[in-house]
Write a protein that binds this ligand. Structure first.
Ligand SMILES: [Zn+2]
Length: 116
């Protein structure tokens, strides 16, 4: 097994946990020369993609999904409230218009000049 000869070992061999003698921190000896503190001190930040896992940005897709669900929920609530208000207002208008329609039927506006 020549683990040092291959530049890109298979995934099974790419994980070899060792403890840093200097800092006592564990690190992947297969892909990293030292622990995170060692690499920070030496300035070698571009060791590999594993070093950037801790600095992964927040899941933007999930935030957008949550925002969309909130918007849909608020929109649905507003729509329901709007419908209730609409039905309530319509009922009140119909109730208020009822005597007026009776007046119209009785010819309360006969005094108005004909449009013709
Ligand atoms: Zn170290």
């Amino acid at each position: 097994m020549d683990s040092k000869g291959t530049s890109e070992p298979p995934p099974e061999a790419s994980v070899r946990i060792e403890v840093c003698e200097k800092h006592g921190l564990r690190f992947n000896a297969a892909t990293e020369d030292g622990c995170a503190r060692c690499r920070t001190e030496t300035g070698e930040r571009a060791m590999g993609p594993r070093g950037f896992v801790a600095q992964r940005p927040p899941d933007l897709g999930r935030s957008v999904l949550v925002a969309m669900l909130m918007i849909v929920g608020i929109g649905g609530s507003l729509f329901a409230a709007h419908r209730v208000a609409y039905n309530f207002g319509r009922a009140m208008i119909e109730e208020a218009m009822a005597p007026l329609e009776e007046d119209l039927e009785e010819g309360a506006f006969d005094e108005l000049p004909p449009s013709d």
